[in-house]
Write a protein that binds this ligand. Structure first.
Ligand SMILES: [Zn+2]
Ligand SMILES: [Zn+2]
Length: 156
């Protein structure tokens, strides 16, 4: 499977969902590249050392179940809507007022997302001790000013 391949293939899809199964989703087409974020917000939302996400067009997401939403103001000042399972609390995806047609899907919720290596790392200045990053990946101590454009180039 060629992750990161450009173009849309409706015959290909990827399934995922929350830990308890009350919310399930399918993404149609190939997956874009992933990125990781080591900021304090991502530690909280993942309850772990960092988040790993893919930016996708929201139209590609078919959802079964009814995720709950809470809103938070992002570092950029945009309002981020965070979708999570009301039963088990798993964070599933985010949508931002800065990019309303997109979703930032949490890779850990894919049934099999292990082939998705993060292409870049944000907020390495906040990185958890003992987490070693691929030397070939691009690293930002905070985040680039053109993050929104970068994400839009990644998704298809
Ligand atoms: Zn659940
Ligand atoms: Zn973050």
């Amino acid at each position: 499977m060629a992750h990161g391949a450009k173009g849309f293939d409706a015959a290909v899809s990827f399934a995922g969902g929350c830990q308890c199964g009350a919310v399930r989703y399918t993404i149609s087409g190939e997956l874009p590249s992933a990125y990781a974020c080591h900021c304090g917000e991502c530690k909280k939302q993942s309850a772990s050392a960092f988040s790993i996400s893919i930016p996708i067009s929201f139209a590609r997401l078919s959802i079964l179940g009814a995720p709950k939403i809470f809103e938070v103001t992002a570092y950029s000042g945009a309002v981020k809507r965070c979708y999570f399972c009301p039963e088990c609390g798993t964070r599933l995806w985010h949508r931002s007022s800065a990019s309303p047609d997109s979703a930032t899907l949490k890779v850990g919720t894919l049934d099999d997302g292990r082939e998705l290596a993060p292409q870049f790392h944000l907020w390495t200045s906040k990185k958890q001790a003992g987490i070693l990053l691929d030397p070939a990946s691009v690293k930002y101590e905070t985040q680039p000013d053109d993050l929104l454009e970068l994400r839009e180039r990644m998704q298809h």
